[in-house]
Ligand binder design. Structure first.
Ligand SMILES: [Zn+2]
Length: 294
């Protein structure tokens, strides 16, 4: 009898006990350091402020892409960045200003700007990718500059960070010579419009180097901030294909940076440790050839 009670209690404990949060390093694969964060000079979130936020959350590497690119460059060159143990992976943002959001895919001056930035590089080394770019109408994935940039990315082995819907993934992937088989594309939010998990699965199967970044992803987490069953299954089917990101597109995201990273650590803690580590750090590190942090 006593044994039966013990077993019943043990089962009850196992089903209610919260798994420990993931405690390893994080790779923030979708970070913006936009002008309003540093206000052209120093505030409200100067370089030491954002680095402190990364450091206290165990963020050891970032994909930095900023409007304009000066934000990324200041993170790349600040001595404090190295002191904080943060590796900057710089991307060329396509936007000089807000007007560029809706016009970049047909504006040749954007293509010229990208070429010039790639040639220039940053204090943290060459640019490793292009983006983030947005397509609010997937048909614009066929715009002349969108075509040229996808071809350029394949040619120069650059990673593309794209905020687009599932239809635009197919359209973009059709442009480069290898038809998406060699394109290293990070799908920002893995479809912010909520493409079904089965559709994400189909695209992952079709394009072997397609990665899914998970900020703002609808349907990802359920009660208690844990993964919903459908998404847990998808992450475990493709543990090498997902990334986490903060998407600090407005200053409010900087104010909640701690909560965002805590949220990731909560649901990562519900995965087998190997899968959690991959999604938290290893996948981003492998994409850009980074060493494990000390
Ligand atoms: Zn973004």
């Amino acid at each position: 009898m006593r044994l039966q009670i013990f077993i019943a209690l043990a089962f009850a404990w196992a089903s209610t006990a919260a798994a420990a949060d993931y405690a390893g390093p994080l790779f923030d694969a979708h970070l913006h350091y936009n002008e309003e964060a540093w206000d052209g000079r120093s505030g409200p979130h100067p370089v030491p402020d954002v680095l402190a936020r990364m450091k206290r959350n165990g963020v050891r590497a970032i994909v930095a892409n900023s409007r304009p690119n000066d934000g990324t460059k200041s993170l790349a060159q600040a001595p404090e960045t190295r002191a904080a143990g943060v590796t900057v992976v710089p991307f060329v943002r396509l936007y000089r200003n807000r007007a560029d959001y809706d016009n970049w895919f047909r504006d040749d001056t954007i293509y010229d700007m990208v070429q010039a930035e790639l040639a220039r590089g940053t204090a943290a080394g060459p640019f490793r990718g292009i983006g983030e770019f947005h397509l609010y109408d997937s048909a614009n994935a066929n715009g002349p500059v969108a075509r040229k940039l996808m071809a350029l990315a394949e040619e120069k082995d650059l990673v593309v960070l794209a905020h687009v819907d599932d239809t635009a993934i197919d359209l973009l992937m059709a442009h480069p010579p290898a038809k998406g088989q060699k394109s290293r594309l990070i799908w920002a939010h893995t479809g912010i419009g909520g493409a079904p998990a089965a559709r994400v699965d189909q695209l992952f199967a079709r394009y072997p180097l397609l990665m899914g970044e998970l900020s703002y992803r609808p349907g990802l987490t359920c009660e208690g901030g844990k993964l919903c069953p459908e998404w847990r299954a998808l992450l475990l089917k493709y543990p090498t294909r997902f990334l986490i990101g903060s998407d600090t597109w407005v200053n409010q995201r900087w104010q909640y940076y701690d909560e965002l990273m805590k949220g990731y650590r909560t649901w990562l803690g519900g995965l087998p440790p190997e899968a959690a580590r991959r999604i938290a750090w290893d996948n981003g590190a492998a994409l850009f050839g980074l060493k494990a942090p000390q």
